[in-house]
Design a binder for this molecule. Structure first.
Ligand SMILES: [Zn+2]
Ligand SMILES: [Zn+2]
Length: 319
């Protein structure tokens, strides 16, 4: 007599929690409804929407004459369509699989939703972890003075954009993208416990990271409106009114203008793209702790240049 095998019950797979646990083992506090996509893929999709919407907004801003005074690194023509295929390749073929594998292996995007205190503690920890991994990879691997590594990693592709177009934040070779974008995001995430399965934490981290990267590569520095302006050699002479405003800002800085001038200051990464030997941390939104401690902050660049000259001289002497 043939054995009748009962059909398997159709249980929806709850990605975003523990992929190996039965649904009855889902801890309390997780989101009460599920999307048909794994949480890592949802987070990637949110980052794509934020990245490309804000990237297009920056592109549109280039056509607004009133904003030209804040565009400190301009190009003759738009680079947007030239940069887009490389950017999409990196986001689809490098970032998406990396994020999904983190979830499959239970390193991130799994577990219970974060307790509010853990949520708040994880944010600065993520910022610090991002800073350390970004700095080490960027300075000691991508900018290592080694001809073989330079040719292999091709960090020059990213530097070729001069940080003058927002979406150039992701314009780079795939291996460079893995080191500079993937690892500083996903390694700290796994080290803080993976961020749990709550959507808000992951969407916030991914969205904020996208906006920061876009701004620091946009060629805009919105702090110029809040910083005292002084004449540089070769520039159009300032009017008496402009000089008066600059002195007033310098002598009587208000809390609001000082805060905005510091918060919106976008010079660090712009200087990195120009000089290559300063500001290896992310520019905007980064505490720049390592750049400060290791004396590579962009506004210490004269000293940094002297260090580099000394190192080149030493290597030359030792040859
Ligand atoms: Zn850059
Ligand atoms: Zn670089």
């Amino acid at each position: 007599m043939a054995t009748v095998v009962p059909p398997l019950p159709l249980v929806p797979l709850h990605f975003g929690t523990n992929l190996t646990a039965p649904s009855s083992a889902v801890p309390s506090g997780r989101d009460t409804f599920s999307f048909p996509l794994p949480l890592s893929v949802q987070t990637w999709a949110v980052q794509m929407v934020v990245f490309h919407a804000v990237g297009l907004l920056f592109e549109a801003m280039d056509h607004v004459p009133a904003l030209r005074s804040s565009k400190v690194r301009a190009t003759r023509k738009s680079q947007y369509m030239h940069l887009l295929p490389n950017v999409l390749r990196n986001q689809i073929l490098v970032l998406l699989p990396f994020m999904f594998l983190m979830e499959v292996f239970g390193l991130a995007f799994v577990g219970p939703s974060l307790h509010p205190i853990r949520f708040l503690v994880n944010l600065p920890l993520m910022a610090l972890g991002h800073e350390i991994i970004q700095y080490v990879g960027h300075r000691y691997i991508l900018h290592a003075p080694n001809v073989f590594l330079m040719k292999f990693l091709r960090h020059s592709v990213h530097h070729s954009t001069r940080a003058s177009s927002a979406i150039s934040a992701c314009y780079m070779s795939p291996i460079d993208f893995f080191i500079e974008i993937g690892c500083p995001y996903l390694v700290p995430l796994s080290l803080v416990g993976g961020g749990g399965s709550g959507r808000f934490f992951h969407f916030l981290i991914a969205g904020a990271g996208a906006i920061g990267g876009l701004y620091e590569h946009s060629g805009y520095d919105f702090a110029v409106s809040f910083r005292p302006k002084f004449e540089n050699l070769g520039e159009k002479p300032m009017s008496e009114q402009e000089k008066e405003t600059a002195y007033k800002l310098l002598e009587r800085p208000s809390f609001v203008t000082t805060f905005l001038a510091d918060f919106l200051d976008n010079r660090a990464h712009l200087e990195h793209h120009m000089r290559g030997y300063v500001s290896f941390s992310d520019g905007f939104g980064s505490p720049s702790i390592l750049d400060t401690l290791l004396r590579t902050k962009w506004d210490l660049s004269d000293r940094r240049r002297a260090d580099v000259e000394r190192e080149w001289a030493r290597q030359h002497r030792d040859e």
